[in-house]
Design a protein around this ligand. Structure first.
Ligand code: SF4
Length: 377
């Protein structure tokens, strides 16, 4: 039986996907721009992106799966209205990017993509080989999404659907199945003269339209960067502790985003959206795991999220955080001690001098000592 694109889309919709497109498994048209981006080091500490095997896979999907002929790209909405902006921006709370408000999306998408691939194998009777990808593989998924007709790439580098906005997860099936016809690529961009996202970024992470320098991106630093956050950037982080939605929320196409009907992506309490910073600052491993059970935030781990909460606390300057920050000067993580020192300096000013001098005296870690020296200088 022939499988038409319409049948695949009907099945994808029945599985709950909001978008689906089918495109040949050819190299992404943005590959050259990606290679330039890597050459300029804009991937920051995500060195795995520059690994030759990763780059080879991005250049040729057959490196991932021999005989790959087709990419089926799906989108699943995660947009939810849970709290108002005043609550989300409350500096006493640590803000979490909307995609991470629900349960970890990797599993939700991967299971459904496997179900779609299984149906495809049955319906085609061709026993095609397939691989499923959700945000983990060496695929330029936004670009392939544009090629599959799911939307355009905005100046903020996001995949944006003109009638849904950009709040959707992307997943792919690479298959050896070949089709007679494919979806038309979406228009490359619909941004026109708009540049709201670029202007909105508080850390100037866009050196030019369509180029994101991860080294200045709040989302990169709060999730991917497992080291020290540049002092110069920290004030721009506001209260973000995991990801960032600023350049997406600034986009006028976001007004079309509709609330997801995926219960898994709806937050069930404010702690999953904007937890109190003090709760994070005082967390230990068990309480951290309990706070973010089944959330994508849990994968970042306590050390990273407490480090981020210290940065947010330094921007908040709330006196109630002071005892917790002082406690964190004794944390086993040097990363946490160093960022807690910065937050104390921002909150207490010169009154923190004695605490920081004491920390410097007992501190063995060079980075923490350097942080304190910079603050006291
Ligand atoms: Fe494009 Fe404007 Fe949206 Fe940025 S905010 S992605 S420039 S439409």
């Amino acid at each position: 039986m022939t499988i038409t694109l319409a049948r695949i889309k009907r099945k994808a919709a029945a599985l709950g996907f909001n978008l689906c497109g089918v495109t040949p498994a050819t190299p992404s048209p943005t590959l050259a721009a990606y290679l330039r981006w890597i050459d300029q080091g804009m991937q920051g500490e995500m060195r795995y992106l520059a690994r030759p095997d990763r780059v080879r896979r991005r250049m040729d999907l057959r490196e991932i799966m021999p005989g790959a002929k087709t990419l089926i790209v799906v989108g699943l909405d995660y947009y939810a209205r849970y709290a108002n902006e005043a609550t989300l921006n409350d500096p006493a709370r640590g803000r979490i990017a909307a995609y991470a408000w629900g349960v970890d999306y990797h599993q939700v998408l991967a299971l459904r993509l496997e179900a779609l691939a299984e149906w495809l194998a049955d319906a085609s009777r061709a026993k095609p080989a397939h691989r499923v990808y959700v945000d983990t593989g060496a695929i330029l998924e936004r670009s392939h999404g544009q090629q599959a007709g799911l939307g355009f790439i905005g100046k903020n580098t996001m995949l944006i659907h003109p009638r849904r906005g950009g709040s959707f997860f992307i997943g792919e099936i690479i298959t050896t199945l070949e089709f007679d016809a494919y979806d038309e690529p979406h228009r490359e961009t619909m941004c026109g003269t708009c540049a709201r996202c670029l202007a909105a970024c508080p850390t100037d992470a866009f050196p030019k339209p369509y180029v994101l320098d991860s080294r200045r991106c709040i989302s990169y630093h709060t999730i991917e960067n497992r080291g020290w956050i540049d002092r110069e950037l920290r004030a721009g982080f506001g209260n973000w502790i995991f990801g960032c939605d600023i350049c997406l929320d600034a986009c006028p196409f976001q007004r079309f985003a509709e609330e997801t009907d995926e219960v898994a992506f709806l937050p069930f309490d404010l702690d999953r959206v904007a937890p109190l910073l003090t709760d994070i600052l005082m967390s230990n491993e068990p309480s951290f795991r309990a706070l973010f059970r089944r959330s994508p935030v849990a994968r970042a781990g306590r050390e990273l999220i407490v480090r981020n909460a210290c940065v947010a606390a330094g921007n908040w300057r709330g006196e109630v955080a002071i005892p917790h920050l002082i406690q964190l000067l004794f944390d086993e993580s040097a990363l946490v001690r160093g960022h807690a020192a910065w937050a104390l300096w921002r909150t207490m000013g010169l009154d923190s001098s004695k605490l920081l001098t004491d920390l410097h005296r007992r501190e063995a870690d060079e980075r923490v000592r350097g942080e304190v020296e910079a603050l006291l200088a």
